[in-house]
Design a binder for this molecule. Sequence first.
Ligand code: PEP
Ligand code: MN
Length: 339
Amino acid sequence: MLIVMNANAGQGQIDTVVRAVESLGFRAHVMPGATRTAIGVTGNQGAVDLSHFENLPGVAEAIRVTKPYKLITLDLRPERTIVDLGEGAKIGDGSLAIIAGPCAIESRKQAFAVADVVQRSGAKFFRGGAFKPRTSPYAFAGLGEEALKILADIRDEFGLKIVSEALDESNVDLVEKYADMIQIGARNMQNFTLLRRVGRSRLPVLLKRGMAATLEEWLLAAEYVMAEGNYNIVLCERGVRTFAQHTRNTLDLAAVPAVRRISHLPVIVDAAHGTGRSYMVTPLARAGVAVGADGLMIEVHARPDEALSDGAQALTLDEYEQMVREVSAIHKVIAHNGF
Ligand code: PEP
Ligand code: MN
């Protein structure tokens, strides 16, 4: 259920509605907006009697939500969510947010070389895996806390915001300690206990689309996080598995406008995992910006052929700098024309 307050409803009236929701054993999610406040109600299994709320002072209307998701929708929050990591690092505010860095943190030297270029390119976010989900149990699985410490030093040295993946619930505390944003990987998109755990985090969440997930399943995964009270979520399209053999995954760029039609959450495009081939990364990054993404995720390595993971899709430092120039030019056209 969704309760829409009158434009001039006061805080006291909002508090009264919240108490009424909680007295029924449900949870109230207060979403202030430019023109009105909406309150999403979760925790009810069946339909709630709308008359409990319709007659409370300040309530404009109580609406039964028939869609499977409630909190991620534009019905609840017509304004777009801006995920703000501080110091001008925002996603969803109309700027182009670039999250770049190596697939995995391999060493201090490797990570710093990439961070230097990422920072000079104007990007505000640095990525790097400390805990890596690998198909083979014998492949490099990340340096764990040592990698997180390197990432924290990169934040201090370069002023970049740190994005890193939590692979399971037991990693979340550590990622929270060192990073600025928690990545949930494609393989974990429906790890519901992990989603609930990051839903209780103070850090924003970057939620990748599962490689076989429908749009609805992906949005419901975001709903899991929001239902726990964490409203700072960025969706990341990273390609889905198809029969194509010319790419690692098929980057579903149509997901960007599809998400934007339903949800207020920002959505970015991962052109690295979305293609798996470095020569395709820049063209698909350009396309991602053109289709209206709020940002990009890009993997970068000084020596891709020596990378311990995902080298085939990593841009070199020079290729990365060139890509930033190209996507920035496209973003200017898009932003200027208000697409
Ligand atoms: C990654 O970002 O390095 C990663 C493992 O991504 P995904 O979960 O999309 O495969
Ligand atoms: Mn990777």
